[in-house]
Design a protein around this ligand. Sequence first.
Ligand code: KIV
Ligand code: NA
Length: 266
Amino acid sequence: SRRITVRDIAAAKERGEKWPMLTAYDAMTASVFDEAGIPVMLVGDSMGNCHLGYESTVPVTMDEITILSAAVVRGTKRALIVGDLPFGSYQEGPVQALRSATRLVKEAGVGAVKLEGGERSAHQIELLVQSGIPVMAHVGLTPQSVNAYGGYPVQGRGEEAAQQLLRDAKAVQDAGAFAVVLETVPAEVAAEVTRSLHIPTVGIGAGPDCDAQVLVWTDMAGLTAGRVPRFVKQYAQLRQTLGDAARAFAEDVVQGAYPTAEHSFH
Ligand code: KIV
Ligand code: NA
């Protein structure tokens, strides 16, 4: 069976079907989600926090995104794989964005790329789309701007900010984006944006009325250490499960309970 494409995504909005998206950063986890029927996976720059141990997404490089995107593509058969353009790989302008996106498509084999910004990124989106690279946009809270925000505040609060968010969403749609992530915005504003667009909105901390929902997989599965944002629902407790397994293995080794004859060659 073939991979899901941006045409399938457009058809889902026409049919009023909601769909899930998860992040993925390695082939094995991606294969689990592929078998579970997750139609779209994002190799997010959230890998900076989740897998590379950075404090934010800002340090993530094109090399890192390319290597992990290639792994996720190799681990999947059906999902549409979206590669995130990291900070500094598209801000210089459309030509730089095209160079970065082309690398992800050619070297990693992603079916689409994502970049942050509404009106400010419209020219980049236009050139990528004209060049045959599907683009998922990302407005509202854009974590690559953490140093400008001084944190991760909710966006689109108040009439003026809500109108700006709507302008940003329309700008990326007009530029040709096939979908747009709405991150950490009031549910009412996300609902209005969703009604106003013909491309699907992908919510994260954006309430129930978006066309799709995305979560960082380590948050969704309870692997992330410490507090998770209030919009996260944990569908498993992998941190506990994995820790228990490691402790049990350690205990067995220390006690001489593993390995036994059945695990040995004779
Ligand atoms: O990098 C990421 O995981 C993302 C999603 C949260 C949308 O950009
Ligand atoms: Na991201």
